[in-house]
Design a protein around this ligand. Structure first.
Ligand SMILES: Nc1ncnc2c1ncn2[C@@H]1O[C@H](COP(=O)(O)OP(=O)(O)OP(=O)(O)O)[C@@H](O)[C@H]1O
Ligand SMILES: [Mg+2]
Length: 241
């Protein structure tokens, strides 16, 4: 790979005295889809929050196109091309679907226009039908589409997705995951934090598995075996589930 778009180097993160990440090395290139899997508490969300600047980390621990960017505040990470679909979606209740999307357009730093409202509506046609409805009247899956749309309207080079399938019905998970190839085809790299290992493997080019704040496995998603994933996910000595 030429210079990665986003990389981390010995990334460590703390909550007060509690250390949650122990030297995570990670990289993703333009247009790549990389899955990040791991059990509850493995450090997946902490990794995304550290990359976004929501948790302060050392400058050299996060690089954007080679440039030290660790510890920059989240709004600067967004204007530098990193956007997050956060755990729990965090939409503005009381506002319409379209107004939730427009928030991202209003705050855009300028630059590229890859993602427009029209394009988001092409990606998720149901949002066009519901554009005037209050966002809280939408199903969980449709709200997740709004959250993804809002993040894309920031024109990210890298889109970080924190468990976008969580709590959703299989049909709507399918609809959301069907959008992933169109997003990466537009050149946007995607980090998919996902609990569903099968889904993660299918949707990604490469994957990383984390356990207790460390990367325990990385490889091409088609190459890693179920046994390797199981050992990396649960720790050595655990039987294959
Ligand atoms: N705000 C916080 N304060 C203190 N410790 C935290 C905080 N958030 C997370 N942790 C701890 O950091 C570790 C990593 O948590 P994290 O939320 O990153 O895991 P995760 O892999 O995203 O898990 P999940 O699959 O449950 O979302 C866990 O031990 C967790 O208890
Ligand atoms: Mg999490």
């Amino acid at each position: 790979m030429s210079e990665p778009l986003l990389s981390t180097h010995g990334l460590k993160a703390f909550y007060g005295d509690f250390q949650a990440l122990f030297g995570v090395d990670f990289e993703i290139g333009s247009g790549e889809v990389v899955a990040l899997i791991g059990a509850h508490g493995a450090g997946k969300s902490t990794f995304l929050k550290s990359v976004m600047g929501a948790i302060k980390v050392g400058a050299d621990m996060v690089k954007l196109q080679g440039k030290p960017s660790g510890g920059l505040p989240p709004h600067l990470m967004v204007s530098n091309g990193v956007a997050i679909v956060p755990e729990g979606r965090r939409l503005f209740a009381g506002m319409s679907v379209e107004d939730n999307l427009r928030v991202a357009i209003d705050h855009k730093a300028g630059g590229s226009d890859t993602w427009t409202l029209d394009r988001i509506y092409k990606l998720f046609p149901i949002l066009k039908d519901k554009r005037r409805d209050p966002v809280q009247s939408l199903s969980g899956g449709q709200q997740q589409m709004v959250s993804i749309g809002r993040a894309l309207l920031n024109e990210p080079k890298v889109l970080l997705c924190d468990e976008i399938s969580l709590g959703l019905a299989p049909k709507v998970i399918g609809e959301i995951y069907e959008a992933i190839p169109s997003i990466s085809a537009a050149g946007t790299a995607i980090v998919l934090v996902e609990q569903d290992v099968g889904l993660a493997k299918k949707a990604s080019d490469r994957l990383y598995c984390m356990l207790e704040g460390k990367v325990t496995l990385t490889g091409n998603s088609t190459d890693v075996s179920r046994e390797e994933i199981s050992a990396a996910y649960f720790g050595a000595g655990h039987a294959v589930a």
